[in-house]
Design a protein around this ligand. Structure first.
Ligand SMILES: NC(=O)c1ccc[n+]([C@@H]2O[C@H](COP(=O)([O-])OP(=O)(O)OC[C@H]3O[C@@H](n4cnc5c(N)ncnc54)[C@H](OP(=O)(O)O)[C@@H]3O)[C@@H](O)[C@H]2O)c1
Length: 411
C-alpha cells in the first residue's frame, strides 16, 4: 500500500563525507536548485519530491507510483548530477541505498529521530528536515503523500525526543566543558581567563554568556578577535593581547584555554605569575590539542584540571548511553509506522471521494442532456421543473451519503 514512497540516499554510513557531493544537486543559486529539482520530478513523473542535503547525508524522498525499472538508479544519478564521470557513477551505484514502501518510511522516521545520525540524538537533523520540506513545498515539489509522511515523521521524532533520553547527555566537547564548569560550583562572578579566541572559544563564550559568567578576560594573539569575544560576552568582560598574559596581575579562579600552539606553552613560570600568590586549587579547562598546559605545570600546582581527553571519555560514555536508548526509540517508531498504514488508507479514501461530486454531476448532465433529452423536451414546464428539482435533490444526496460514509471510516 505504501509502495509509492521511495528513498534514494547516500549517508555517512555508506560513503566518506567527501563522496556525498556526487549525489548532490549541483547549483549556484536557489533558482537553479529549484529548476533542477523540478526537472528531476518531471523527468521521472513523480507525484512528489523532497530533497534533503546536510553535511552527512543526501536524501531524496520520492512519491512515485509503481515499481521502478532496473536502470532507474543510474538514470536518477545522471539526472541529479550530469557531470558524474563513469567511474564515479559506478562507485555511487555500489554505495547508494534505495528503499521502498514501509522501509523508506522507517528510514525517514529514523533520520528525523536522529537514530541514523553520525552523533545519535543530535536534534539538528529534525530542523534540517523540516526546512528542506518547507523549501520543497514552497516550490510545489512535495504533494499530499509527502505532506502526510512528513506530518507523521515530525510527530514520531518528537515522541522519541520526549519519551526517550536519546538526546539528553551532551556529546560535544564544549558542552561537556561547560557542564564541568557548572559542576565545579564556581560563582557567577568568578574571575575567568579565556585564552584564545578561535572557533572553539567563541562557542565557549556563548555558553559563558548564557550561564551569566561575565567576569571574563579574553586573551588572544590578535586583539581584534579578543575584542569581538569580549563584546559578545557583554559588560564585565575585557579583551587583552596574548603577550599581556605574563604581566597580568589580577589573579584568577578559572582558566579556559584553547589556542592552536603546536606545543604546550603555559609553563610553571607563567602559571606562577598568573597565580599572583594564590595557593588554593584552581579550575583549568584545557581544550587545546596538544594541551596548552605543560605536564610539569599540571604536576606542580593544585589544579582541578580538565582536558580534551577526559572530556572525550565522558562523550564516549554519553554516546553509549544514547545508543542504549535507540532500542526504545525504535519501538516507538514501529508503533508510529503501524498507525501510519491506517492514516494513509483513510487519506486515500478521502482523496478518492473528492472525485465523487464531479462524477455525479456528470452523470446527471449526461442523463438530462443526452439519454432523456427527448422525453424532457416533451414535458410541460411544471413537470420539467419538478423533475429538475428532484434531480438536484438526488444529486446532493448522492454526493453527501458516500462523503459522510467516507468521513466516518476515516475518523
Ligand atoms: N576540543 C575539541 O574538540 C577541539 C575541537 C577543535 C579544535 N581543538 C583544538 O583547539 C585549538 C584551537 O581550535 P579552534 O577550533 O579554536 O581553532 P581556530 O579557530 O583556528 O583558532 C585558533 C586559536 O588559536 C590561536 N593561535 C593559533 N596559533 C597560535 C600561536 N602560535 N600562538 C598564539 N595563538 C595561536 C589563534 O589566535 P589568532 O586569532 O590570533 O590567530 C586562535 O585564537 C587547537 O589546539 C585544536 O586542536 C579542539
Amino acid at each position: 500500500m505504501l509502495q509509492n514512497y521511495k528513498i534514494v540516499t547516500l549517508t555517512h554510513k555508506q560513503a566518506p563525507l567527501s563522496e556525498l557531493g556526487q549525489l548532490m544537486v549541483q547549483y549556484d543559486s536557489e533558482q537553479e536548485l529549484r529548476e533542477a529539482l523540478q526537472a528531476l520530478k518531471s523527468a521521472f513523473g513523480m507525484d512528489g519530491l523532497l530533497y534533503l542535503s546536510t553535511c552527512n547525508r543526501v536524501t531524496f524522498l520520492i512519491d512515485l507510483p509503481g515499481h521502478v525499472s532496473p536502470d532507474f538508479l543510474e538514470r536518477f544519478c545522471k539526472q541529479v548530477n550530469p557531470q558524474l564521470e563513469a567511474s564515479q557513477c559506478a562507485n555511487l551505484m555500489a554505495k547508494l541505498v534505495f528503499l521502498e514502501g514501509e522501509e523508506a518510511l522507517r528510514h525517514l522516521f529514523e533520520v528525523a529521530a536522529s537514530i541514523d545520525s553520525m552523533v545519535i540524538g543530535e536534534r539538528e537533523i529534525l530542523r534540517q528536515l523540516r526546512e528542506a520540506y518547507d523549501r520543497c513545498t514552497n516550490w510545489n515539489l512535495t504533494g499530499d503523500n509527502i505532506r502526510l509522511a512528513m506530518k507523521t515523521t515530525v510527530e514520531a521524532a518528537k515522541e522519541v525526543y520526549a519519551k526517550t533520553r536519546i538526546g539528553e547527555k551532551p556529546i560535544s566537547i564544549v558542552s561537556l566543558a561547560i557542564q564541568q564548569l557548572l559542576e565545579s560550583k564556581l560563582s557567577r562572578s568568578a574571575r575567568i581567563l579565556l585564552i584564545g579566541a578561535g572557533q572553539t572559544n567563541t562557542l565557549v563564550a556563548k555558553f559563558l554568556k548564557k550561564h551569566d559568567f561575565t567576569n571574563v578576560v579574553v586573551f588572544n594573539r590578535s586583539i581584534e578577535k579578543a575584542e569581538r569575544l569580549s563584546e559578545l560576552l557583554g559588560e564585565g568582560a575585557r579583551a587583552l593581547a596574548l603577550d599581556r598574559l605574563a604581566s597580568y596581575s589580577e589573579g584568577f579562579d578559572a582558566i579556559i584555554t584553547c589556542t592552536g600552539h603546536t606545543q604546550s606553552w603555559i609553563d610553571s613560570e607563567l602559571y606562577t605569575q598568573l597565580l599572583r600568590g594564590g595557593e588554593e586549587q584552581k579550575l583549568v579547562i584545557d581544550l587545546a590539542v596538544p594541551n596548552n598546559l605543560t605536564e610539569a605545570t599540571r604536576a606542580q600546582f593544585p589544579i582541578h584540571y580538565i582536558d580534551v581527553e577526559h572530556l572525550r571519555s565522558i562523550a564516549r560514555e554519553n554516546l553509549a548511553f544514547r545508543e542504549r536508548e535507540v532500542t526504545q526509540a525504535r519501538k516507538l517508531l514501529t508503533t508510529q509506522l503501524y498507525d501510519f498504514h491506517s492514516t494513509y488508507q483513510h487519506r486515500s479514501i478521502i482523496r478518492a471521494m473528492h472525485r465523487v461530486p464531479e462524477a455525479i454531476k456528470a452523470v446527471k448532465s449526461h442523463a438530462m442532456n443526452e439519454v432523456f433529452a427527448k422525453e424532457l423536451r416533451d414535458l410541460n414546464p411544471e413537470s420539467r421543473q419538478l423533475l429538475e428539482r428532484m434531480m438536484d435533490y438526488m444529486e446532493r444526496r448522492c454526493i453527501s451519503i458516500p462523503m459522510q460514509a467516507a468521513k466516518e471510516v476515516a475518523q
